[in-house]
Design a protein around this ligand. Structure first.
Ligand code: HEM
Length: 145
């Protein structure tokens, strides 16, 4: 007897539309934040919004269009060209938090997403600040890549 398929977070939030609205709200925040906006190389943020949207759809259990078009995510490597310090991390997170708060979503799911975003954003920092543990971590990462 086959196991019933488990519902994914993608299903639970109602599918694609949730992620379309989340990333649109997030990029409205980025657009209004000149210092963070300056990190994004393209004049048009539309393609970046679409990449984040497809990535999140895939990550939370929806269709894998992201990997079919972009390959393996390797997010830390893809962020290496952009200097991300803790200030940029916090700006990114602030806009994602606001975007998440705009959505109607069960608090358990919002919590899970927020935990994931926090962890992922922390791991994207590639410019060390004064913290010695972070500095040692980033130096070790640099040697191994
Ligand atoms: C910590 C702060 C972060 C900053 C400042 C930042 C900034 C950027 C920039 C400048 C780009 C290039 C724009 C583009 O051409 O797509 C980018 C791409 C991307 N970011 Fe971030 N990012 C951050 C965190 C994150 C996190 C936490 C995630 C996922 C949860 C994420 C997911 C992505 C994805 C999927 C792409 C497109 C990758 C590709 O396919 O080329 N980013 N980000």
């Amino acid at each position: 007897m086959s196991e019933p398929e488990e519902a994914t977070v993608y299903d639970l939030v109602g599918g694609e539309q949730f992620f379309t609205e989340l990333t649109a709200a997030f990029y409205r925040g980025v657009t209004a934040d000149p210092e963070l906006r300056a990190l994004y190389p393209e004049t048009d943020l539309g393609p970046a919004e679409e990449r984040l949207r497809l990535f999140l759809i895939q990550y939370w259990g929806g269709p894998s269009t992201y990997s079919e078009t972009r390959g393996h995510p390797r997010l830390r490597m893809r962020h290496a060209p952009y200097p991300i310090d803790t200030d940029m991390r916090d700006r990114w997170l602030r806009h994602m938090e606001a975007a998440l708060n705009e959505q109607e979503v069960h608090p358990i799911i919002a919590d899970a997403m927020w935990k994931y975003f926090t962890m992922a954003a922390i791991s994207m920092v590639n410019v060390p600040d004064g913290d010695p543990v972070e500095r040692a971590f980033l130096e070790a990462e640099g040697e191994s890549s």
